[in-house]
Design a binder for this molecule. Structure first.
Ligand code: 7RM
Length: 635
């Protein structure tokens, strides 16, 4: 009897009910049947959200790389584990088999050891999307070092902050990276960062762009000669279930980034389980997630989830717009990708372009589409469904967070009927609840509130590195005894969840709670609109009024702005009601985005409220230049 792969809706409901009735039995069965343990656990779960303290599979011993690599070698040694697609389409793709991955991870692990890295030490990885990134992550895990991957688009200051916060001894980087038509000099960013990081004594440098870089004596070393000299046999470090596997930083709305700490066993079990079900993964599939491994999506659904299932996972170095906007679809055709997982911001960017970029390619291999990172607006959902999935590939709108480690709410393709903009139903083992402002659980359907999770799940982050108090305050204090996600959601008549955005995005206009996502959805239906972001600003009568920042498609650019404003408010009136009409509409050439593609409404709110003297932390912005332009034209 196995609950591991759910194939029918009735089965989903049955398994879900069991997972609520007997959560420990549910997770224990999955853990038992699908992983290699060096020692079995003594206790499935102990927890206390008031401390907060959560332990899964306590007493168990394991190594996650034995589960992601070694156990596949006997039956799948020659199967491609990582399919590396370079930035330049003329450079050949690399098919790295499980055998080869094993060899490379073992060598790398031995290099780390030879440089003095020990179990529990933190290693910062600042690499572009090249195979060494996945290999170094796994090499750390093999020897029990805690990896802290920093997205290689972050600045020197952001990198230094993260290195220092978790006391990394070593940085792994490259001579540079390719990004579309550009090359980026990563090594000099590292050099600049390390001026402020006295704890780092070793920098390992992978060669990617063959540039002439500065190497600091007694600190920097080229990686390849070390790998060549190392043994390809590195026995695994046997870890405790609750030993930290990695730290990943996520920015809070204020203050220092939070180093979320993930555990070994719980994280492994749930990323594997969710990968299997949300992507309906089958043996010969070619799975592609376009995220960067610098984000949680890449950790869980490029590296650990796929590899623990013995899958082929595509690792893409490039960008969606190079050499042209057909790049994603070219890769899908070339490698016959079966599952494609990307972010709404990418979909919206591609939807702005000519459809020929999609139609040129044969996308018939696709079976499942995924979306993650933001609420997917209705317009983008339909574009994705019609043009990429040809109305045949279900879209899994996956809601989760860096903190949750795994996908929490999502339809299971071919199992759960999908509705645009609805992340739909919780995965088995996940117990979401909606709370009102007074801290009461809202029961029933057709309600909205703050999204909390009321029971622990295996892959939840265990703490914030070095600041357990902040962990408690941020996630376990707003609602007693519950994990607070920071998101708002509504639950419809059949129990489907729709995530309406961060709760700080909820705007109360004349006493009505308005989520930004549904309003933006309505606006984005206008044929001239490419993207929009809504924020509130103080209003004498209504309390708050709505301010919309709107970017137009190329086709909309010559249009009369006053007419457009009327049409947009008309659409809002039709979709939501006159209460949600915008008081101010500013047309802009771009919206401020984080490097992971999320619109930074916090900055737009400050501009709308005329508080531009203190914009707060803008160091994680992808496109700081648009902020000035928006301020200059603010209404
Ligand atoms: C995986 C990831 C987490 C925040 C989360 C939400 C938003 C993510 C969706 C979504 C609506 C989705 N981790 N979010 N996925 N909102 N629908 N399917 O993105 O830590 O970087 O961000 O992202 O607000 O709290 S994250």
């Amino acid at each position: 009897m196995s609950n591991y792969h759910i194939k029918h809706l009735e089965e989903y409901f049955k398994v879900y009910r069991k997972s609520v009735r007997e959560p420990e039995v549910f997770w224990e069965e999955i853990a038992e049947e699908h992983f290699i343990w060096r020692k079995r656990w003594d206790n499935v779960l102990s927890w206390d959200f008031s401390k907060p303290e959560v332990k899964w599979f306590e007493g168990a011993k394991l190594n996650i790389t034995e589960n992601c690599i070694d156990r596949h070698l006997r039956t799948k040694g020659d199967k491609t584990a990582i399919l590396f697609e370079p930035n330049d389409p003329n450079e050949e793709a690399q098919h790295i088999s499980y055998n080869e991955l094993s060899e490379r991870v073992n060598r790398f692990a031995n290099v780390l050891k030879s440089k003095g890295v020990q179990k529990g030490d933190r290693v910062c990885i600042y690499l572009p999307m090249i195979p060494e990134l996945a290999v170094s992550v796994l090499a750390c895990a093999r020897i029990g070092a805690v990896h802290s991957v920093v997205f290689a688009g972050f600045s020197a200051t952001a990198l230094a902050t993260r290195i220092n916060d978790s006391d990394c001894k070593m940085v792994i980087t490259s001579d540079g990276s390719y990004r579309g038509a550009k090359t980026i000099d990563l090594k000099s960013i590292v050099d600049e960062a390390l001026e402020d990081c006295s704890g780092v004594n070793t920098v390992l440098v992978a060669k990617r762009i063959n540039s002439d870089i500065n190497m600091v004596d007694n600190r920097d070393e080229w990686l390849q000669p070390l790998l060549d000299a190392a043994s390809d046999d590195c026995p695994v470090e046997v870890m405790d279930a609750e030993d930290p596997l990695f730290i990943l930083y996520t920015s809070g709305s204020t203050g220092m980034p939070k180093g979320m700490v993930h555990s070994t066993a719980g994280y492994m079990v749930q990323t594997a389980y969710s990968f299997k079900n949300v992507f309906q993964y089958r043996n010969d599939d070619i799975y592609w997630c376009t995220a960067d491994i610098g984000w949680i999506t890449g950790h869980s659904y490029i590296v650990y989830g796929p590899l623990s299932n013995g899958a082929t996972t595509v690792m893409f170095e490039g960008v969606p717009s190079y050499p042209d906007f057909g790049r994603f679809w070219e890769v899908v055709e070339k490698h016959k990708v079966t599952q494609f997982y990307t972010a709404p911001t990418a979909i919206r960017a591609l939807a702005k372009e000519n459809l020929e970029f999609v139609d040129k390619y044969d996308l018939s291999s696709l079976k499942v589409l995924g979306s993650v990172g933001e609420p997917i607006n209705e317009e983008a959902w339909h574009w994705y469904n019609d043009n990429v999935g040809k109305k045949k590939s279900p879209i899994a709108d996956t809601w989760w967070q860096t903190e949750t480690g795994s996908i929490m709410i999502a339809p299971l393709p071919y199992v759960t009927p999908t509705i645009p903009t609805y992340a739909s139903l919780p995965l088995p083992g996940i117990q979401p609840v909606l709370m009102d402002e007074n801290g009461k659980e809202i029961s029933g359907n057709q309600v909205d509130g703050r999204l909390c999770i009321k029971y622990p799940w295996p892959s939840m982050a265990r703490t914030i590195w070095g600041n357990h108090q902040r962990y408690k305050e941020t996630y376990f204090s707003a609602f007693e005894g519950k994990y607070f996600t920071g998101d708002g959601a509504l639950r419809d008549a059949v129990g489907y969840y729709r995530i309406t955005g961060r709760v700080d995005d909820v705007i109360i206009v004349s006493g009505h709670n308005l989520g930004t996502a549904p309003i933006e959805d309505a606006i984005n239906e206008h044929p001239a609109v490419a993207e929009s972001a809504i924020v509130g600003f103080p209003h004498d009568i209504k309390g708050n009024a709505l301010y919309g920042y709107i970017t137009l498609k190329e086709t909309g650019e010559g249009r009369d702005h006053d007419n457009l404003r009327k049409e947009i408010n008309q659409i809002i009136t039709e979709h939501i009601g006159p209460i949600a009409k915008l008081d101010k509409i500013q047309f802009t050439h771009g919206l401020p985005k984080t490097r992971s593609g999320k619109i930074m409404r916090r900055i737009l709110r400050k501009i709308a409220c005329n508080e531009t003297s203190s914009l707060g932390d803008t160091s994680t912005l992808l496109n700081p230049e648009v902020v000035q332009a928006i301020m200059d034209n603010a209404l």
